[in-house]
Every structure is written in C-alpha cells, then in structure tokens.
Design a binder for this molecule. Structure first.
Ligand SMILES: [Zn+2]
Length: 182
C-alpha cells in the first residue's frame, strides 16, 4: 500500500466489521493497530521492559531513559518530552507516540504529513510530525530520505536550479555588454 490515508481507511473498514471492536472511532483504532505493529517490530526490548511489572532501575534500555518512554493506557509507547511543562499543547504533543524510522508505516506517515503541508521542507515536516503527536528517533534523516524521493519536490528543485542558472547567464551577459550600467 502506498498511501497513509488509504491504509488507515481500509484498516478502519475492517475494524467496522469486526464486532468486538464496534465501539469507538475506527480510524483511531486503525492508527493504534499500525503503531502497535511498528513498535512491536522495532522496539521489542523497550516494550518488554515497560510491560514488565518488575522493571527494576538497573538494566533500563538506553532508549527508555534517554527518551523518557512510558506506556499509555492503550499499551502504546510514548515519550514524555520536556515540552510537557507547557500548558498550551495537548496530551499527544506533550507525549508523542514513538515510531521507528525504518518502518513502512512511518514512511507513509511522513509522506502524508509532507503532502499536508504542501511540500514544505525537512524542518517543517519534522515539526508538523511533532505537532501531530509523533516522535521518530533520528526523524530528520528519515524525513530527508522520504523527501528525496518526492517527485514534486524533485521537479521543483530542478526548476529552481534552471531558473537560477538562466538568471546567472543573463546577469553575466548584461555585465559583459554593459559594464557601466551594473
Ligand atoms: Zn514534496
């Protein structure tokens, strides 16, 4: 599947037909489903530690302490950020969901966010992901990789380079022909 919205739509559709999951928002359930799959695949050590009732203070996985990880009520790994002291943002922004940069779901999410902000650059996409309540370790490089394969951005960059090159040629010609006017 190559589209984040499509993936969540189809998964929500399946949840709608699953009687035991009737209550609640199917799209949220679909999101939770894929987040859990991604976290289980890439953060199994952290998940085992957080799920263990005997998680004693020695042997804390480095990521758990560096990102201040915890499990929310739905069993999703979240990172308690320093921003938590700010009263402006909501729970998801205070405590973003942890996602692995290598997972296909993360890649679809990055593409989706990049489209939502109309092809703005790496920094803006990273910030938008955070505002949406997601935290990707080394997220900037993951976003950069995704953006490098965006056809629209590639076309725009090629166009921009072409314009810059043409402007340079025109300027050089003008300088050559009318040195006193510039
Ligand atoms: Zn783009």
């Amino acid at each position: 599947m190559s589209n984040y919205e499509q993936l969540l739509r189809i998964t929500s559709y399946l949840f709608k037909f699953c009687s035991r999951l009737k209550a609640g928002n199917p799209k949220k359930k679909a999101l939770k489903y894929w987040v859990k799959i991604a976290q289980k695949e890439y953060f199994s050590v952290e998940l085992d530690f957080l799920q263990s009732s005997a998680n004693i203070t020695n042997n804390i996985p480095p990521l758990v302490s560096s990102l201040n990880l915890f499990l929310d009520l739905m069993g999703i790994i979240r990172s308690r950020r320093r921003i938590s002291k700010c009263l402006y943002f909501d729970f998801d922004v205070h405590n973003p969901i942890l996602l692995p940069k290598e997972h296909r779901f993360t890649s679809l999410l990055i593409k989706h966010c990049h489209l939502k902000i109309q092809h703005l650059g790496t920094g803006t996409t990273v910030n938008y992901l955070r505002e949406q309540g997601f935290w990707i370790p080394r997220g900037r490089s993951a976003v950069k990789t995704e953006l490098s394969s965006c056809n629209i951005c590639r076309k725009y960059t090629a166009f921009k380079l072409k314009i810059e090159h043409s402007t340079m040629v025109v300027r050089k010609t003008l300088q050559h022909n009318s040195p006193n006017l510039l």
